[in-house]
Design a protein around this ligand. Structure first.
Ligand code: N7H
Length: 490
């Protein structure tokens, strides 16, 4: 397949469609302190932004480097920028066409994540109306600069160059850093695996007219599921496109979440609740039973192999095969949790054809319109011996969750609120048992059925293994939007 010629890849920020290549990534959350100077500084910053076209070139160079088995990593750094609603308000940029007319003031981008965390996402609260977040995220945040790269050295060099442009920490500063967070891909064989040990980043939407390699898996999505102003960017419950101002096209909404993972506690839980027998009645060793429990909570084995295809035994060869590792639909198990629990994380967050097959109720919009482009990175150290022995977290670690979509209300917010936090989802009319909450990200009293393949009704309760401690919703604009409107003099 060739790339749609109307898709201008030099106009779209690189992280959205192609993911900035990264071994490490720094997020700088900032406030704009001098609007006039910020606009002029932004004009100097724009040339540093990596577009999709440039990322594709970087990825080709990385592939060639690997094929030639050359030592070390290519020194590649990528920069992107995104703004919150408060940031646009501070700049005096009219962002009304970023708001879904069907939602008005309830549009999550407009209300901001601090409010949404309490009203819709179900985050634990500190006091009435305030989520239990780290202090910097309780402040107003105007924007975020992402710097990804091969090494701390190269990312830090770029950071210094950016801070120089915006005059950070000088009397001429146009921004103030609210906080910054460094994420790192895990070391050695754990590279690509999140902190619980599961391979991540396998299933992202394949975008019509952009992706040239199409492996078997979920349906291809329209460009407008990820990009604003493109076919399919219809907002909540609508069939006609949202009218976006020109500067607001070819951008994407970024849902950022600062998620802490209780890794020793998660491991202890798996150890304490091994599954006794697999679905064929084979007696499992405690270690096999704990591995199966973890796989059934996630919906994939740590290797990445989907349990819908290989329910009772890991298959690392299948896991590594992109032609097979995403080719499943929970078919043939409507009303059954034998192969995969209804509430398994990947079934909750992408129910594939669970909602298409009668007797399940017709969904309000097709599942494809709810896909999100995930671009997270891990933060924090590896689990220490002391933590593993005590089964207790002593050092903060987790995922800098980042996901792009054209509608937060259709994408991240809906997945969290209406699927992960909803104990009745997926809703099969005749199912005998309630699915329960997403065991990883579900907010509320976490319990789920279906973990024991021979006793699907059995409900297992669990503590919180993932704790949200901050976040914000941003909009990552096109290069032309940045130049013509955001950086333009008022
Ligand atoms: Fe999830 N995990 O380790 O278990 N996630 N997730 N996620 N997630 C996925 O398929 C994880 C979070 C989605 O298309 C995999 O790429 C962790 C949030 C979606 O089949 C693993 C955290 C939300 C998918 C994890 C976390 C989602 C997905 C399998 C937080 C949205 C694709 C690998 C610390 C509200 C589903 C893969 C599909 C997959 C984990 C958060 C959504 C291993 C540790 C907050 C849409």
């Amino acid at each position: 397949m060739s790339v749609d010629p109307t898709l201008n890849l030099t106009n779209i920020q690189g992280d959205i469609l192609s993911g900035l290549p990264k071994k490490t990534q720094t997020y700088i959350f900032f406030d704009i302190t001098n609007v006039k100077k910020f606009r002029s500084d932004l004009r100097n910053f724009i040339p540093l932004i990596k577009t999709v076209a440039q990322v594709l070139k970087d990825r080709k160079a990385i592939d060639d480097h690997k094929k030639q088995k050359l030592p070390g990593l290519l020194p590649i750094v990528g920069v992107n920028i995104a703004f919150s609603h408060l940031g646009f308000a501070k700049l005096g940029v009219d962002d009304s066409t970023l708001v879904d007319p069907a939602l008005g003031d309830n549009d999550p981008f407009k209300s901001g994540q601090k409010k949404d965390a309490v009203t819709n996402l179900g985050d634990p609260v500190k006091s009435a109306g305030t989520p239990d977040w780290e202090a910097p995220f309780l402040q107003d945040i105007h924007g975020v600069i992402l710097i990804s790269g091969d090494s701390h050295l190269n990312v830090n060099k770029k950071r210094l160059a950016i801070e120089l442009i915006f005059g950070v920490n000088t009397p001429l500063a146009s921004i103030k850093e609210v906080t910054s967070i460094v994420g790192d891909v895990r070391p050695g064989d754990e590279s690509g695996h999140e902190h619980f040990g599961f391979l991540d980043g396998i299933s992202n939407p394949v975008v019509d007219g952009f992706d040239t390699v199409i492996n078997p898996g979920p349906k291809i999505v329209q460009q407008g599921v990820v990009l604003t102003g493109r076919p399919g960017d219809n907002g909540q419950g609508q069939t006609t496109p949202i009218p976006r101002a020109d500067w607001a096209k070819d951008g994407s909404f970024l849902a950022f979440r600062y998620l802490f993972q209780q890794v020793p506690e998660f491991n202890q839980f798996l150890k304490a609740n091994p599954i006794a027998k697999d679905g064929n009645g084979k007696v499992l060793t405690p270690e096999q039973g704990s591995d199966l429990l973890g796989a059934r909570m996630v919906g994939r084995w740590k290797s990445g192999a989907p349990i819908d295809i290989t329910p009772f035994q890991d298959d690392p060869v299948l896991a590594a095969d992109p032609k097979r590792n995403n080719d499943f639909k929970f078919e043939g198990e409507i009303n059954s949790q034998l192969r995969c629990p209804f509430a398994a994380h990947v079934r909750k967050t992408n129910p594939r054809n669970d909602l298409e097959v009668p007797p399940s109720p017709t969904p309000s919009i097709p599942v494809e319109l709810r896909r999100i482009m995930r671009r997270g990175v891990q933060f924090g150290p590896e689990v220490t011996k002391e933590e593993a022995t005590a089964g207790k977290t002593q050092h903060g670690r987790g995922l800098l969750f980042a996901a792009y979509q054209s509608s937060l209300a259709n994408g991240f917010q809906f997945l969290q609120h209406s699927w992960a936090n909803n104990q009745n989802f997926p809703p099969f009319e005749t199912q005998p048992e309630q699915p329960g909450l997403d065991p990883l990200i579900g907010q509320g009293t976490r319990a789920m059925s279906g973990l024991d393949p021979l006793n699907e009704q059995k409900v297992l309760a669990m503590p919180a293994f993932i704790i949200p401690r901050g976040g914000e919703y941003f909009f990552s604009p096109s290069l032309s939007g940045l130049k013509a409107t955001i950086a333009a003099t008022a």
